[in-house]
Design a protein around this ligand. Structure first.
Ligand SMILES: [Zn+2]
Length: 118
Protein backbone atom coordinates (compact mmCIF):
# COMPACT_ATOMS: atom_id res chain seq x y z
CA UNK A 1 0.00 0.00 0.00
CA UNK A 2 1.20 3.47 -0.84
CA UNK A 3 0.58 5.41 2.32
CA UNK A 4 1.57 8.74 0.89
CA UNK A 5 -0.98 8.49 -1.92
CA UNK A 6 -3.59 7.38 0.58
CA UNK A 7 -2.88 10.35 2.83
CA UNK A 8 -3.14 12.75 -0.09
CA UNK A 9 -6.46 11.20 -1.10
CA UNK A 10 -7.79 11.58 2.44
CA UNK A 11 -6.70 15.20 2.62
CA UNK A 12 -8.13 15.94 -0.83
CA UNK A 13 -11.47 14.44 0.18
CA UNK A 14 -11.50 16.44 3.41
CA UNK A 15 -10.68 19.66 1.58
CA UNK A 16 -13.52 19.03 -0.83
CA UNK A 17 -15.93 18.24 2.01
CA UNK A 18 -14.90 21.32 3.97
CA UNK A 19 -15.73 23.59 1.01
CA UNK A 20 -13.39 26.35 2.12
CA UNK A 21 -14.01 26.14 5.85
CA UNK A 22 -11.19 25.36 8.24
CA UNK A 23 -11.10 21.72 9.29
CA UNK A 24 -10.52 21.04 12.98
CA UNK A 25 -10.76 17.25 12.99
CA UNK A 26 -10.84 14.25 10.68
CA UNK A 27 -12.00 10.75 11.40
CA UNK A 28 -10.71 8.11 9.01
CA UNK A 29 -11.60 4.44 9.07
CA UNK A 30 -8.96 2.14 7.62
CA UNK A 31 -10.08 -1.42 7.05
CA UNK A 32 -7.75 -4.28 6.34
CA UNK A 33 -4.52 -2.46 5.68
CA UNK A 34 -1.65 -3.10 8.01
CA UNK A 35 -0.66 0.42 8.84
CA UNK A 36 1.23 2.18 11.57
CA UNK A 37 -1.26 4.79 12.85
CA UNK A 38 1.53 7.20 13.75
CA UNK A 39 2.95 7.01 10.24
CA UNK A 40 -0.45 7.51 8.63
CA UNK A 41 -1.23 10.44 10.91
CA UNK A 42 2.11 12.05 10.10
CA UNK A 43 1.60 11.50 6.38
CA UNK A 44 -1.84 13.10 6.56
CA UNK A 45 -0.45 16.07 8.44
CA UNK A 46 2.33 16.45 5.89
CA UNK A 47 -0.17 16.19 3.01
CA UNK A 48 -2.38 18.76 4.74
CA UNK A 49 0.23 21.52 4.92
CA UNK A 50 -1.05 24.71 3.27
CA UNK A 51 -4.63 23.40 3.07
CA UNK A 52 -7.68 24.05 5.27
CA UNK A 53 -6.90 20.68 6.88
CA UNK A 54 -3.47 21.76 8.13
CA UNK A 55 -4.48 22.13 11.79
CA UNK A 56 -6.94 19.25 11.98
CA UNK A 57 -6.72 16.57 14.63
CA UNK A 58 -6.53 13.17 12.94
CA UNK A 59 -8.56 10.32 14.43
CA UNK A 60 -7.83 6.95 12.87
CA UNK A 61 -10.07 3.93 13.34
CA UNK A 62 -8.29 0.74 12.35
CA UNK A 63 -10.27 -2.34 11.44
CA UNK A 64 -7.96 -5.25 10.64
CA UNK A 65 -9.21 -8.07 8.45
CA UNK A 66 -9.80 -11.46 10.03
CA UNK A 67 -8.19 -14.74 8.99
CA UNK A 68 -9.86 -18.07 9.65
CA UNK A 69 -7.99 -21.36 9.28
CA UNK A 70 -9.75 -24.46 8.02
CA UNK A 71 -6.92 -26.63 9.34
CA UNK A 72 -6.98 -25.82 13.03
CA UNK A 73 -10.02 -23.57 13.32
CA UNK A 74 -8.07 -20.56 14.52
CA UNK A 75 -9.75 -17.24 13.85
CA UNK A 76 -8.37 -13.82 14.60
CA UNK A 77 -7.40 -10.44 13.28
CA UNK A 78 -4.54 -10.19 10.84
CA UNK A 79 -1.64 -8.60 12.66
CA UNK A 80 1.17 -9.09 10.18
CA UNK A 81 1.63 -9.83 6.50
CA UNK A 82 2.55 -13.46 7.13
CA UNK A 83 -0.92 -14.09 8.57
CA UNK A 84 -2.38 -13.28 5.15
CA UNK A 85 -0.36 -16.10 3.59
CA UNK A 86 -0.53 -18.91 6.14
CA UNK A 87 -2.15 -19.62 9.48
CA UNK A 88 0.04 -18.22 12.28
CA UNK A 89 -0.88 -21.15 14.53
CA UNK A 90 -0.47 -24.25 12.36
CA UNK A 91 1.08 -22.87 9.18
CA UNK A 92 -1.85 -24.08 7.10
CA UNK A 93 -2.58 -22.28 3.85
CA UNK A 94 -6.25 -23.26 3.68
CA UNK A 95 -7.44 -19.98 5.11
CA UNK A 96 -10.24 -17.52 4.57
CA UNK A 97 -9.67 -13.81 4.91
CA UNK A 98 -12.68 -11.70 5.68
CA UNK A 99 -13.15 -8.00 6.12
CA UNK A 100 -13.06 -4.84 4.14
CA UNK A 101 -10.00 -3.03 2.88
CA UNK A 102 -11.88 0.18 2.39
CA UNK A 103 -10.47 3.47 3.52
CA UNK A 104 -13.32 5.78 4.46
CA UNK A 105 -13.28 9.40 5.44
CA UNK A 106 -15.94 9.03 8.12
CA UNK A 107 -16.36 12.58 9.24
CA UNK A 108 -14.91 16.02 8.85
CA UNK A 109 -15.30 18.57 11.61
CA UNK A 110 -15.05 22.15 10.45
CA UNK A 111 -14.63 25.24 12.58
CA UNK A 112 -18.31 25.61 13.47
CA UNK A 113 -20.29 22.73 11.94
CA UNK A 114 -19.73 19.01 11.68
CA UNK A 115 -20.40 17.39 8.33
CA UNK A 116 -21.27 13.77 8.83
CA UNK A 117 -21.54 11.10 6.17
CA UNK A 118 -24.20 12.00 3.64
ZN1 LIG B 1 -4.33 -23.14 11.41
Amino acid sequence: MHETGLSEAIVAAAVRRAAGRRVTALRVRIGGHLVDPDVVTQNIQVAAVDTVVADAAVDLVLEPMTVRCHGCGRSGPITDHLAMVACPQCGGVDIDITGSDDVVLESVTVASVELGAV
